[in-house]
Design a protein around this ligand. Structure first.
Ligand code: 6PG
Length: 252
């Protein structure tokens, strides 16, 4: 199946379009009388989009001008305190959450200060079960999950050859990641693949070769975990900049 690939001239255009897509989908949920659940990705790429989302202008506004029905989660988190420079939560706080009127109860961070990484994963699973009112064995269905992609093809904190690739029942895992010499906490693939929409944000020439392999090569998710992102009943949309897809037409 041809991937839904949208190529933008540069990171600024990508960030602006991703912010628009967020508000479009959040407004649809609002129009249906529903809250909007969004899992944020980490790393560097999302910061510019979150910054734009924090700006108060008519083009990009939360549904009915209010964040009250928007709930933020994280797709993964580094096993560091919430105020640590490497924290994905801290990045989102600084770029967006500290600048908007959003109820604290709508911010569902991964509580990495809860003892072990495994304990943080269990607490996060319990939060997901509460928020999504899950029956035992059920999977949460996020309206939107943002994902980045590493140069090695990892998504969230699911790295090549990770045991998490084979996880079929847990909602959240806490793998040791040798590459970064640290524990991580991450949504598992059954949760990711149950989302209404998965929006990849990929930029930078250093990712071009991997992106091409992920989209064009035969599936080998052990080596390229991004290829394991195949939602059963949802969309996968790739927002990439021209440097990450130099051979693709830049339509936007
Ligand atoms: C993290 C991530 C990770 C990230 C990719 C891309 O916690 O680092 O969630 O999966 O999205 O590594 O990161 P960049 O946007 O920094 O390239």
């Amino acid at each position: 199946m041809t991937p839904d690939l949208r190529v933008f001239a540069d990171p600024a255009a990508l960030a602006a379009a991703a912010a628009e897509e967020f508000f479009l989908r959040a407004s649809r949920a609002h129009a249906e009388g529903r809250s909007f659940s969004c899992a944020l990705s980490g790393g560097r790429t999302p910061a510019a989009m979150l910054q734009i989302m924090s700006e108060d202008n008519s083009l990009r506004r939360p549904p009915a001008g209010s964040w009250n029905d928007v709930h933020f989660f994280w797709g993964d988190e580094r096993y560091v305190p919430p105020g640590h420079p490497d924290s994905n939560y801290r990045m989102a706080r600084e770029a967006l959450l500290d600048k908007i009127e959003i109820p604290e109860g709508n911010i569902h961070r991964i509580r990495t200060e809860s003892g072990t990484a495994s304990a943080a994963a269990t607490l996060y699973e319990e939060e997901l079960a509460r928020f999504f009112r899950l029956c035992p064995g059920a999977m949460p269905r996020f309206d939107l999950i943002f994902l980045g992609m590493g140069e090695d093809g990892h998504v969230a904190s699911i790295f090549p050859h990770s045991e998490v690739l084979a996880e079929t029942t847990r909602l959240v895992a806490s793998p040791w990641v040798e590459k970064v010499h640290s524990y991580r906490i991450t949504l598992t693939l059954p949760v990711i693949n149950n989302a209404g929409c998965i929006l990849f944000l990929v930029q930078g020439g250093e990712k071009a070769a991997t992106l091409r392999r992920v989209l064009m090569d035969a599936p080998c998710p052990e080596q390229l975990p991004a290829q394991a992102v195949r939602p059963g009943k949802g969309d996968v949309v790739w927002f990439v900049d021209q440097s990450a897809a130099p051979n693709a037409p830049c339509g936007l």
